[in-house]
Design a protein around this ligand. Structure first.
Ligand SMILES: Nc1nc2c(ncn2[C@@H]2O[C@H](COP(=O)(O)OP(=O)(O)OP(=O)(O)O)[C@@H](O)[C@H]2O)c(=O)[nH]1
Ligand SMILES: [Mg+2]
Length: 364
């Protein structure tokens, strides 16, 4: 594990009510759509109108507005406003962002944040002249506004009773991350119970059961929401880790119970609940919103970015943070259990998205 990435000091506390840093939400008058973005804006607007109609219909019924719909609506709104503020081509920061594989509204947001820091710097210069930061430095600072960081469940598990659940698409590394977290908790002398909800894929329960055996952890399987709730209520291990299947979560799925008020409200479970939405570092912008929608029923609390070792341009960090508004708490970069896992930090995320090595290329 890289010791640079495990410092608790560099990890800021999450602010549940603030989805992004304040500057991301700055109100501004909508300029006229520019040619390059107008087609995409028109498409998103049509989609947004459709979502708004569906929302009105849902609101007119006594039933609650589905969380998936609200999540999608919020993403679409943010995408439209960011595309309206799309930067000009030829802008050095925009070119660097494209070169790192960051697309869509996440790219526009980063470019805008970098530009804003430019203006602020210009004002600074008038009063106290100093060398302006490089494009790379401005982009690294912009990353810190776009991608929030939350304390890792790895650290939280050492402090009190914790439930950590891993949700996300198939094959992204949920079970491996569960095993890494379990191993770290055992190394910190915490008692651990592993729970598998994955009765879908052949051998999935055995995979987690084998890890439980190796780590001297209790092991449970849950095939329904009721079974899962019962296990979570009765299990007294310090750390309970729930592994799930990689399918989109339907309301009657076992893992849908993770988002239920009976487990989440007012600490009724008697433990801190962390639901990690696992996404690959290579996640494309177009897929990030869908991943959020597919797993929002489990009410994720943070992102775990996996397979950072498999790409040189881990734009998925920016795409997932933008689409889900969740902070990043966990980074995994390899298959080794327990070594290849680290707590997220603003510095590590900036290093991945805009490494110092590209400074010379992006500098003005
Ligand atoms: N390179 C790399 N491989 C990883 C990482 N995390 C997991 N893997 C590998 O990815 C593959 C799938 O990992 P799993 O943990 O089984 O993924 P999963 O999300 O549980 O998969 P399903 O249960 O099928 O949805 C395995 O070969 C893991 O060793 C990582 O950070 N980097
Ligand atoms: Mg699995």
């Amino acid at each position: 594990m890289n010791p640079r990435y495990v410092s608790r000091e560099s990890v800021s506390k999450p602010k549940p009510e603030a989805l992004f840093a304040a500057e991301v939400y700055r109100d501004e008058e909508e300029p006229e759509p520019r040619d390059a973005a107008s087609e995409e804006i028109a498409r998103l607007r049509t989609e947004l109108r459709g979502e708004a109609r569906a929302l009105r219909v849902a609101l007119s019924r006594p039933a609650k507005v589905p969380a998936e719909l609200l999540a999608e609506l919020a993403t679409l709104r943010a995408e439209v406003s960011e595309l309206l503020a799309a930067p000009k081509r030829g802008d050095a920061a925009a070119a660097a962002i494209r070169a790192r594989g960051i697309e869509g509204a996440a790219a526009s947001t980063l470019a805008r944040l970098a530009k804003e820091s430019d203006k602020a710097n210009g004002r600074d210069k008038a009063s106290a002249p100093k060398r302006s930061p490089s494009t790379n430095a401005r982009l690294r600072a912009a990353c810190a506004s776009l991608v929030r960081v939350a304390p890792s469940p790895q650290a939280l598990a050492n402090e009190g009773r914790t439930l950590i659940a891993l949700v996300g698409p198939a094959g992204v590394g949920k079970t491996t991350t569960a095993a890494k977290l379990a191993a770290h908790a055992r190394m910190a002398r915490r008692s651990v119970a592993l729970v598998s909800c994955d009765g879908f894929r052949v051998g999935a329960m055995d995979q987690l059961g084998k890890y439980a055996e190796l780590m001297d952890a209790r092991f449970h399987t849950a095939t329904s929401g009721d079974e899962l709730a019962e296990i979570l209520r009765s299990e007294d291990a310090d750390v309970v880790i729930v592994d799930t299947s990689g399918r989109a979560v339907e309301p009657d799925a076992t893992e849908a119970r993770l988002g239920a008020a009976e487990l989440r409200s007012g600490g009724r479970l008697g433990r801190r609940v962390e639901v990690l939405l696992c996404v690959p570092a290579s996640l494309r912008a177009a897929d990030a919103a869908r991943v959020h929608r597919d797993f929002v029923a489990t009410r994720p609390t943070a992102l775990a970015i996996t397979k950072l070792d498999e790409t040189d341009a881990p734009a998925g960090i920016a795409h997932a943070a933008f689409a889900t508004r969740l902070p990043v708490s966990t980074l995994t970069a390899g298959q080794r259990v327990p070594e290849d896992i680290a707590e997220a930090s603003a510095e590590a995320i900036a290093d991945y998205l805009f490494p110092a090595a590209i400074e010379a290329k992006t500098d003005r």
